[in-house]
Write a protein that binds this ligand. Sequence first.
Ligand SMILES: NC(=O)c1ccc[n+]([C@@H]2O[C@H](COP(=O)([O-])OP(=O)(O)OC[C@H]3O[C@@H](n4cnc5c(N)ncnc54)[C@H](O)[C@@H]3O)[C@@H](O)[C@H]2O)c1
Length: 333
Amino acid sequence: MAFLTEDKLVIVGAGGAIGSTMVQTALTMQLTPNVCLYDVYAPGMEGVMEEMFHCGYDGVNLTATTDVAEAFKDAKYIISSGGAPRKAGMTREDLLAGNCKIAEDLGKNIKQYCPDVKHVVVIFNPADLTGLVTLLYSGLKPSQVTTLAALDSTRLRSELTKKFGVKSSEITGCRTYGGHGEAMAVFGSKVMVAGKALSDLIGTPEFTQEDWEKLRHDVVQGGAKIIELRGRSSWQSPAYCSVEMIRSVMGGEKFQWPAGTYVSNDKYNHIMMAMDTTLDENGCTYKMPEGTPEEMAALDASYEHLCKMRDELVTLQIVPEISKWGEINPNLK
Ligand SMILES: NC(=O)c1ccc[n+]([C@@H]2O[C@H](COP(=O)([O-])OP(=O)(O)OC[C@H]3O[C@@H](n4cnc5c(N)ncnc54)[C@H](O)[C@@H]3O)[C@@H](O)[C@H]2O)c1
């Protein structure tokens, strides 16, 4: 059986909904035989191990532990969904303090047990902030830590697919940038629907301005809709897209959606948010998104929203003030 790499992949939160689905997806995609499950809740993880054995995968070397030192030893890739999920009526931001404390530990554990890790994907919410805190305390380079921000873009394409009744492959250029929260910036100006520019379709009787506003609202509320329908936070799509991200940095197929990445330039700084990214064996690189003045203003607003949450982390003493970040991680000066 041909695996993409032999490198060790650690799934953090492996006993949970997203984590267990990631284990299965990574094995099904044949990314690496060496998959290690790590969770603080042993029975859940044991159940996942049993299920994976019952799948009957050939040639895999699955391990599971609640000991972080053992889990992270020799890890080359980590994906973490190890944190609390939101429940009905909660926003992602409601998880800020608890999950960012977990992110601080995650970063410190990476620094202590696997400083040679190649790439880390952070999923647990609010992912822009948990990813930022993980990067800060891990000592890794900005190109080595990304967050799952793709679902807002896949949801944009999915809503347009439903609306226009065309194949999803006929809809291109769907992008949301900025935070993976309710203040995300939905970019429609580069979207093509079966060869026609979406911007030319908006305002026609077939697709009125109100229809477009409702569709954008549905994109932003896509995660909440899953909680409403299934009684819990989404798990299949975050698992799939995160494993696709790690496949891409392992040198596999190119990841086609935006990732959350560390941004520090003239306009936005000391923040993690979705940008126009490329993921490959060198990690993550980004370009500034291009859009209409309204879209860029929405991105500015999303950035401001993230800055407020970042500043709250300073008040909560989870991170020090920005001027001191370089002392913890010299890559973030
Ligand atoms: N970024 C995204 O697009 C996106 C989408 C959906 C869900 N999420 C987030 O992903 C996270 C996980 O969701 P889920 O549905 O799998 O939740 P879950 O409760 O099913 O699983 C979480 C698992 O993490 C474990 N865990 C908790 N703290 C841990 C720690 N410190 N170290 C290791 N493991 C720990 C728990 O024991 C549990 O098994 C949530 O924060 C959720 O909000 C993100």
